[in-house]
Ligand binder design. Structure first.
Ligand code: ACO
Length: 372
């Protein structure tokens, strides 16, 4: 029988710096009342100059590994879902792999915009269910504040920075992620995009002068699309698992706009009390919003072992998808698993290992370079 992919660790990281609606009203023609009533957002977190997508991802990952009591060298796979990678390449996931010292893991990035965490969770789950690996780390991490045009009131009020992570582990016991759907519709690609900086329109003085490296969005169209697909993907996933909406204890939607979530829940007759909403404090953190909301629900005791939850996302692409999971909780019998070295020590080991590898690569090149 295929093993199940249990969620045994979770972690989140958000920058300390808070940007309120009042702060934004000093930069663009907007006000707190408009932003709160149209989006539900009160404030968002913005990365400082030292924080990046990889650093937030690493912080969230270390927390998740600590809860899972899993040493990074036991990881077989790391997927970072992000729309704000550090570089076009190398993958942000490889930077995270190095910083964790996860020396046995394959690592890659996945780009499906705000649906990225759902897609990555599904990919890691399928890899575990196929029996090909045991432990996977799935991260959603963003510093979208670096792609926002701070003079465009249509978009700059929406986004925030942050990261969330899950550790998945194979187990014969039924549980973990048991059903999912992934969908896309590229015909709507232009509704939400960063027009330049890729191979279609490489960076040039002109593209920069025209602000084409910033997020462009047709808000009304995205709104309409989102309310429709959240309900569709949720219902389809629940049916795939052989369950009913009433069997689900908690819904964790992508936090893009409170009105989108409310409309989608209304269309499914699901009361808002069964849904996690934290958009007021973080805004839209794209791929990070679902795992951050899950972490807060677990921390606040809203998610208990055995609960069934639906995670559902949508985003640029267009993409959308959902996953239904039975929450496993943190591993029982802590004594049975070795305690992890402190995160600080883990970071230090990883840096030392990384440095040694660089030195060895140099020595290797010096020795072999003489014979070619
Ligand atoms: N402050 C004040 N007024 C504003 C602001 C602002 N920050 N932004 C827009 N307005 C104005 C508009 O200019 C417009 O004025 P006009 O009628 O004179 O042109 C008016 O408010 C109403 O605009 P609407 O587009 O109708 O406003 P709406 O209620 O749709 O809200 C919003 C706009 C919040 C962007 C909404 O459409 C939305 O949330 N859409 C979905 C966005 C989304 O989810 N994006 C992320 C997808 S996930 C991903 O992949 C990144």
């Amino acid at each position: 029988m295929s093993p199940y992919a249990h969620i045994i660790g979770w972690g989140m990281a958000v920058p300390e710096k808070v940007l309120t609606n009042a702060d934004l009203a000093k930069r663009v023609d907007t006000d707190d009342a408009w932003i709160q009533s149209r989006t539900g957002i009160r404030e968002r977190r913005i990365a400082n100059s030292e924080q990046t997508t990889a650093s937030l991802a690493t912080d969230a990952a270390l927390q998740a590994l600590e809860i899972a009591r899993l040493n990074p060298d036991k990881l077989d796979l790391i997927i970072v879902a992000t729309s704000s990678p550090e570089h076009i390449f190398p993958a942000t996931a490889c930077l995270v792999q190095d910083r964790l010292g996860a020396s046995n893991a394959g690592a890659f990035d996945l780009l499906a915009a705000c649906s990225g965490f759902i897609f990555a969770l599904n990919m890691a789950t399928q890899a575990i269910r196929s029996g090909s690996l045991k432990n996977a780390l799935v991260i959603g991490a963003e510093t979208l504040s670096r792609f926002v045009d701070w003079s465009d009131r249509n978009t700059c009020v929406l986004f925030g920075d942050g990261a969330g992570a899950f550790v998945l582990q194979a187990s014969e016991e039924r549980g973990g992620v048991i059903a999912s759907v992934m969908r896309s519709d590229g015909s709507g690609g232009d509704l939400l995009c960063v027009p330049a900086g890729g191979s279609f329109a490489p960076a040039s003085l002109e593209t920069v002068a025209m602000g084409k490296h910033f997020i462009k969005m047709n808000g009304r169209e995205v709104f309409r699309f989102a309310t429709r697909v959240i309900a569709q993907a949720t219902v389809e996933t629940v049916e795939k698992a052989g369950l009913k909406l009433d069997d689900i204890q908690l819904f964790i939607p992508h936090q893009a706009n409170q009105r989108i979530v409310e409309a989608a829940l209304r269309s499914m007759n699901v009361p808002i009390e069964r849904c996690v909403l934290n958009i007021d404090r973080y805004g839209n953190t794209s791929t990070a919003s679902i795992p951050i909301a899950a972490c807060e629900a677990a921390r606040d005791g809203r998610l208990k072992a055995g609960d069934k939850l639906v995670l559902v996302g949508f985003g640029a692409g267009l993409t959308w998808g959902a996953a239904l999971a039975i929450w496993s909780g943190a591993p029982q019998q802590p004594g049975a698993r070795p305690a992890l070295p402190l995160p600080l020590r883990l970071r230090l080991y990883a840096r030392l290992r990384s440095l040694l590898r660089r030195i060895l690569r140099r020595i290797d090149a010096w020795i072999w370079g003489r014979y070619v």
